[in-house]
Design a binder for this molecule. Structure first.
Ligand code: SF4
Length: 292
């Protein structure tokens, strides 16, 4: 794979020789965790859980990442196609409601091949859980293979996107990516309380970034009215840095509720999180790849 341009970072790495910005190399996949996930939105986790596969590396590498051991630290195991098949079918055998591929943008071409071969046998909806920094061209290769998109919409504020994720073009990129996801899957289809297809746009409210959250809600209402939103309050400080001292605390109720109120004012519908979820309990343990 010479001069990788799979994602909008377009870092141009020759992944057969070097790792890219995302940490991806020539391997089929790097996987950091395989688990039954009970902490996604109720329509995703349901009663039997979501079959989550976390990929190692990330094309955003946000400074505050809640999964920094795998996104920035590169923790994970090289998986072949056969390894991923074994992992996915072991989750299906556990009765999960869906298979949830988390942060797979940098493995999208191999994931598309994997799903072309295996989707008919998997038999439950396929979820693509994304930071929102995706190339429309790459997303088109997943058309028909993904049932549910869970994109983040992290920033409406370009300066925050640059400061925290080295991606000053994040807002424009995410808007185009979400538009493509909605083109592919449209409005949510929920049957017996479990999502079958569609898009949920997620926003993690950050400390000291209330206005960014409000601006994200306004953008969603203006451009993607009718889409479901999930407003997350689970941010937990995961590092100490004098450079980003404003991130070294939890989100206040005022900050979180300001964003929720704006979503309500705009008649957006979707999901909120109750106070008390902002602990590291919702962060998986990445020490053992197959532990719950
Ligand atoms: S997927 Fe990784 S290697 Fe490819 S362009 Fe994006 S950051 Fe670079």
């Amino acid at each position: 794979m010479s001069k990788c341009c799979i994602c909008p970072r377009r870092c141009g790495a020759d992944r057969s020789v070097n790792k890219g910005f995302c940490g991806g190399g020539a391997e089929d996949f790097k996987v950091s965790k395989v688990m039954v996930h009970r902490g996604e939105e109720p329509v995703i986790s349901g009663t039997r859980g979501s079959g989550a596969v976390f990929f190692g590396g990330c094309n955003l590498r946000c400074v505050y990442c809640q999964n920094r051991d795998i996104s920035r630290g590169g923790k994970g195991v090289i998986f072949s196609f056969a390894d991923l098949e074994k992992a996915v079918f072991s989750l299906v055998d556990k009765g999960v409601h869906n298979i949830d591929f988390i942060t797979a943008a940098h493995y999208a071409p191999t994931l598309a091949k994997f799903l072309e071969k295996n989707k008919p046998k998997i038999g439950v909806p396929i979820v693509y859980n994304s930071g929102g920094y995706e190339s429309v061209q790459t997303l088109k290769t997943l058309d028909g293979l993904i049932d549910i998109y869970l994109p983040d919409f992290k920033y409406a504020d370009d300066s925050l996107a640059e400061k925290y994720s080295s991606a000053p073009d994040y807002r424009k990129v995410a808007e185009s990516a979400i538009a493509e996801m909605l083109r592919q899957r449209g409005q949510a289809v929920i049957k017996d309380g479990i999502m079958q297809s569609g898009v949920i746009i997620r926003h993690l409210v950050l400390p000291s970034a209330r206005k960014n959250g409000i601006a994200v809600m306004r953008t969603v209402a203006e451009k993607f009215g009718g889409a479901l939103v999930s407003i997350m309050r689970q941010y937990t400080p995961s590092f100490n840095s004098s450079e980003f001292a404003e991130l070294d605390r939890k989100v206040t109720s005022f900050e979180y509720e300001s964003v929720v109120k704006e979503a309500e004012r705009l008649n957006l519908s979707g999901f909120i999180q109750q106070k008390g979820c902002e602990t590291s309990d919702l962060t998986p343990n990445f020490d053992d790849i197959f532990s719950e």
